[in-house]
Design a protein around this ligand. Structure first.
Ligand code: PLP
Length: 485
């Protein structure tokens, strides 16, 4: 029997290029050669790569179809907690592609690169103003690398003071990258349990903070979507014992223009430009995790740094206490351009409004799903809310089943089973870019799924059922990935 191209409407099947190719097909035609033919020693050529022969249309359709299997924020809502998958306005893409910026060569002398250096300088200034901090490095190319950079600076700071400190406090509501970054610097993570309310208890910090402890890494708002209300008290405790405070600012989308991070007592904070400041991300694409620090830590920042002088913008390459470079050249510049363009196109008032709307949307989803899913901590949330599957478990339906069922309804699943402090966590971050109508549709779908759980659990346990690929054995998929289709 001959199969048409699809088995499910216009969800097209796609063979491998090797299965599609036919010897002799090609994607170009050349005019007849007008120079004498020469023979080449076959042995020298060897066998060559095993590439299929394909026509131009074969190749175009293949890759276009594969691109249609992708899901991204431009396709639909992507309520991934802890990752701010918001819409990134296209104007910022356009700016990043501006020929003069996109082709600026990093090895050009500063006198020929004044435009891009100005952009770096002003972005440093804007990020300093947004966080309230004194100095900025744009070099780190991810949030995790920003954390590592700051940990290296903390280590250099204590080396300079001749203090030996090797432990660091990490709350159970921290992002997984925090302990990893600390470990790379040789620090031992000391787990710090969050209190009953899902936030840190200053007394617990006081008990663990001693003269051998570097300090603490705090994510605020934390990964439960809750604001650490005692942050100033906690940072005072750490400073009293001579320690330093690291702020994980990946959740800046909730507090732009609202919280002054320096006044919270934070010594260094990273921002995720690809989350908060408009760069499409996911799948390991380029990111940027600038760090913003207090004047006291500024001498330890990576070099080179862009500075303003009477003769224009210059590169400061020498600094006695600097930890050195953490990136070739200046960081992921195209991400920096998008952030610069985003900040300028929004302006201070709209950056603040974006955070207010992000929090409003988080609170709205939380309020409307209160009767649907169990809430982990019933407190005012910030930009994201964390539910659990406690109400569905009696029907033998789990968080994973419901997340998979959301795919059938056209949604990327939320973050699940994280943070670890909540059993069966479902973490939803709607972001400010979703309108109320779209939030309402998402909420209705969640309610439908919860309803299904009570009566048609089997259906959920088999979800997703209308996708190209059904439920995978996730352990096998991670351990033994099949990369050829
Ligand atoms: C995303 C995230 C990070 C890590 O950032 P990457 O750019 O993915 O390395 C760190 N902390 C928190 C709270 C995050 O959400």
């Amino acid at each position: 029997m001959t199969h048409g191209p699809g088995t499910n409407g216009l969800i097209l099947e796609e063979p491998l290029l090797w299965e599609k190719g036919k010897p002799g097909r090609m994607a170009y035609s050349m005019p007849p050669s007008d120079v004498p033919e020469e023979t080449v020693d076959e042995e020298l050529l060897g066998e060559g790569p095993d590439f299929p022969d394909l026509g131009e249309l074969d190749v175009v359709r293949h890759y276009t179809r594969l691109s249609q299997w992708n899901f991204g924020i431009d396709t639909g809502m992507y309520p991934l907690g802890s990752c701010t998958m918001k819409y990134n306005p296209k104007i910022n893409e356009k700016m990043a592609a501006t020929p003069g910026l996109a082709s600026a060569h990093p090895l050009l002398e500063p006198e020929f690169s004044q435009g891009i250096l100005k952009l770096h300088y002003e972005l440093q200034e804007y990020l300093a103003r947004i966080t309230g901090m004194d100095a900025v490095s744009l070099q780190p190319s991810a949030g995790a690398q920003g954390e590592l950079t700051a940990m290296l600076m903390f280590a250099a700071y204590f080396r300079k003071k001749n203090e030996k400190r090797t432990k660091i406090l990490i709350p159970d509501t921290a992002h997984g990258t925090n302990p990893a970054s600390a470990a790379l610097c040789g620090f031992t993570s000391i787990p710090l349990a969050s209190g009953e309310k899902g936030i840190l208890d200053p007394a617990a910090v006081k008990e663990l903070m001693d003269d051998e402890t570097v300090g603490i890494m705090v994510t605020n708002p934390n990964t439960l979507g809750l604001f650490e209300e005692h942050i100033r008290e906690i940072t005072d405790i750490v400073h009293e014992r001579g320690g330093l405070v690291y702020g994980d600012g990946a959740n800046m989308n909730a507090i732009m223009g609202i919280v002054d991070i320096k006044r919270c007592g934070i010594d260094a904070v990273h921002l995720n430009l690809h989350k908060t400041f408009s760069t499409p991300h996911g799948g390991g694409g380029p990111g940027s995790g600038p760090i913003c620090v207090t004047a006291e830590l500024a001498p330890y920042l990576p070099v080179p740094r862009v500075a303003a002088s009477d003769n224009g913008y210059i590169l400061e390459t020498e600094s006695e206490d600097s930890i050195g470079r953490v990136h070739g050249f200046f960081g992921n510049v195209s991400v920096l351009i998008r952030a610069y363009s985003y900040i300028l196109s929004m302006g201070p008032a709209n950056l603040k409004k974006a955070s207010q709307l992000a929090v409003l949307n988080g609170a709205y989803v939380k309020a409307r799903l209160l009767d649907t899913f169990a809430l982990a901590y019933d407190r005012p949330c910030m930009h994201e809310c964390v539910f659990s599957d406690a109400r569905q478990q009696p029907f033998k339906v789990t968080t994973l089943d419901m997340a998979k069922r959301l795919i059938d309804h056209g949604y990327h699943p939320p973050t699940i089973y994280f943070p670890l402090v909540v059993s069966g966590a479902i973490m939803v971050e709607p972001t400010e870019t979703e309108c109320k109508d779209d939030l309402d549709t998402f909420i209705e779908v969640c309610k439908t799924i919860a309803q299904e759980a009570t009566k048609e659990g089997e259906r959920l346990r088999e979800a997703p059922s209308i996708t190209k690929v059904r439920r995978l054995d996730e352990t096998q998929a991670a351990r033994k990935p099949c990369l050829t289709g």
